[in-house]
Write a protein that binds this ligand. Structure first.
Ligand code: HEC
Length: 126
């Protein structure tokens, strides 16, 4: 009985290790994908806007809400609050979700890419 318990415990443990490794890999992928954003959205200095607005603290914040950045009227009026789902929708095709916004980026068609990217952003920008 004890042996069975040990085996069961190690199976649970192995599964956990696999899940954690997969997550770390996804985050690494997400970081790589973020390189496409980093030319306009700084990763280095927290709270600093460059070409694009700072993305720090983006989760739970309204679109177009930072005073130190001049957003397009479209972004300000979108009424969107950023979370994993709205970011995912936006990044699929930015002009489709918020027509006439000024982010010069075509979008990320692949769902897994978007999921890994937003997972990375959630860790990095929370
Ligand atoms: C070529 C520059 C550029 C690239 C590349 C770019 N962005 Fe942007 N981004 C902008 C600009 C400019 C805005 C402001 C748009 C507006 O006001 O209409 C913006 C706005 C945003 C916003 C809304 C921020 C807020 O405060 O409401 C998010 C979220 C965002 N970008 C995420 C991303 C992500 C994630 C990527 C990479 C997949 C990316 N952007 C790639 C320039 C860029």
């Amino acid at each position: 009985m004890k042996r069975i318990h040990q085996i069961a415990t190690s199976i649970v443990f192995i599964n956990l290790v696999v899940i954690v490794q997969a997550k770390a890999q996804d985050l690494q992928r997400g970081e790589k994908i973020f390189e496409a954003c980093a030319s306009c959205h700084s990763l280095i200095k927290e709270e600093q806007s460059t070409v694009g607005p700072s993305l720090f603290g983006i989760f739970g914040r309204k679109a177009g809400a930072q005073d130190d950045y001049r957003y397009s009227p479209a972004m300000k009026k979108s009424g969107i609050t950023w979370n994993k789902q709205t970011l995912n929708n936006f990044l699929t095709d930015p002009q489709k979700l918020i027509p006439a916004n000024r982010m010069p980026f075509d979008g990320i068609p692949n769902l897994k890419d978007r999921n890994d990217l937003t997972a990375f952003m959630q860790v990095k920008f929370k």
